[in-house]
Design a protein around this ligand. Structure first.
Ligand code: 5GP
Length: 113
């Protein structure tokens, strides 16, 4: 796996690249994963360009918490009974896109990401 130099999620959030949007509020933007590992696989991103969860500071930590709030809204909206929330942190942690994102997977997920 290669940590991409380009932040494609920033371009999706800015509307410069297409996506299947499922949720948006003032802090968060969420869209369906292009290569889903479950029937429902949503990526939940802060609008603020934070590279990894390790780059979060005391000032930006509420943004990270907001990802979990958005996950609840999406799970309720999609009527998911149970789900998995997963985050890869850094290249060695399996993160490919250099913009913090939470994976929301329905309970039929195929594999650990
Ligand atoms: P990571 O490994 O960084 O935690 O997860 C990146 C995720 O982004 C992968 O599950 C991958 O399928 C998804 N992805 C990569 N490029 C795109 C894209 O252009 N559009 C969408 N919707 N998902 C993408």
């Amino acid at each position: 796996m290669v940590f991409l130099p380009e932040n494609i999620f920033a371009k999706i959030i800015a509307g410069e690249l297409p996506c299947e949007k499922v949720y948006e509020d003032e802090l968060v933007f969420a869209f369906r994963d292009i290569a889903p590992k479950a029937q429902t696989h949503v990526l939940i991103c802060p609008k603020q360009a934070i590279v990894t969860a390790r780059d979060v500071t005391l000032e930006t930590v509420p943004v990270l918490g907001h990802l979990y709030w958005a996950a609840k809204q999406i799970a309720d909206e999609l009527d998911l009974e149970g789900y998995k929330l997963h985050m890869n942190v850094g290249e060695a942690g399996g993160q490919v896109v250099p913009h913090v994102h939470l994976h929301l997977l329905s309970s039929d997920y195929e594999s650990v990401l």
